[in-house]
Write a protein that binds this ligand. Sequence first.
Ligand SMILES: Cc1cc2nc3c(=O)[nH]c(=O)nc-3n(C[C@H](O)[C@H](O)[C@H](O)COP(=O)(O)OP(=O)(O)OC[C@H]3O[C@@H](n4cnc5c(N)ncnc54)[C@H](O)[C@@H]3O)c2cc1C
Length: 261
Amino acid sequence: MKLGLEGEDTLSGVMDAVTFLRQINLGEDTGCHGRVLVVGGGNVAIDAARCARRIPGCEVTLVYRRTREEMPAYADEIKGALQEGITILELASPVRLEGDQGKLTRAVCLKNELGPPDESGRQRPVPVPGSEFILSCDTLIPAIGQYPDDLGMDGLPGIGITGRNRVKVDGITFQTGDPVVFAGGDLVLGPATVAQAIGQGRAAAQQIHEFIQRRKAGTWTWKTVRLRRTPKGMIGTRLMRQRPFQKTDPNTGQKTGLPPD
Ligand SMILES: Cc1cc2nc3c(=O)[nH]c(=O)nc-3n(C[C@H](O)[C@H](O)[C@H](O)COP(=O)(O)OP(=O)(O)OC[C@H]3O[C@@H](n4cnc5c(N)ncnc54)[C@H](O)[C@@H]3O)c2cc1C
């Protein structure tokens, strides 16, 4: 995700964290050099900072908008970063990027203080007016989150997509708006962890199994409700769980568990 700052798209020396990590792991030249600022506090930011630190000649500062205690990165990773010589600058946010002849030279930052909690339960960083300061830098790596790029779901009407390009699912069944399509992991949660993705994968697999069993037994039925066109496609197909359509044995009057003919 971009920081949305002036200079971000036009100055050379600004590179997205995931691209940087991919290039470095492929052994490609990233162009990362000199004074490096990594913006963010999650595992991706720490990975980028530690990789940058291992490039000869790079001095790395991690700029985080809250305090170290609120960083989402694993504590061991933060400790490792500090041991490797990375500086963590807490309670600061870049607000503008500046350069000379098209090359990044500095980030204008504001200090933050912690305000009331936000929806994540963590205290919200509130910029301190007039607290502007400058960090000289040659490379800046935004690592403030990712979102799915092209979901490739245009051909799957009914799947609801949120404003942040995530897929909407039922919190229990993991079904999308199209009942035969299930989703989980980062695509649903946004950037999360391997453990959460595996947990959702296991729970969703159980739900898929039950769904297939119930359909076979005829205890699930389909009902198409109003379809609505949205900029992301059609939504509104729903699966009804109630009103089972079970075939009755004409001889015994018993439910057979089979769908009707
Ligand atoms: C740089 C980085 C560092 C991280 N560090 C940590 C860490 O230290 N600890 C931690 O717990 N988590 C970490 N995470 C987060 C963790 O990697 C994710 O939360 C986790 O991988 C999510 O799993 P997922 O299965 O939802 O998605 P992914 O692992 O992204 O898997 C999705 C898969 O779907 C494939 N795919 C995408 N589109 C399509 C398509 N149209 N058709 C078919 N296949 C498709 C992709 O190629 C990919 O293989 C890190 C993430 C990043 C980016």
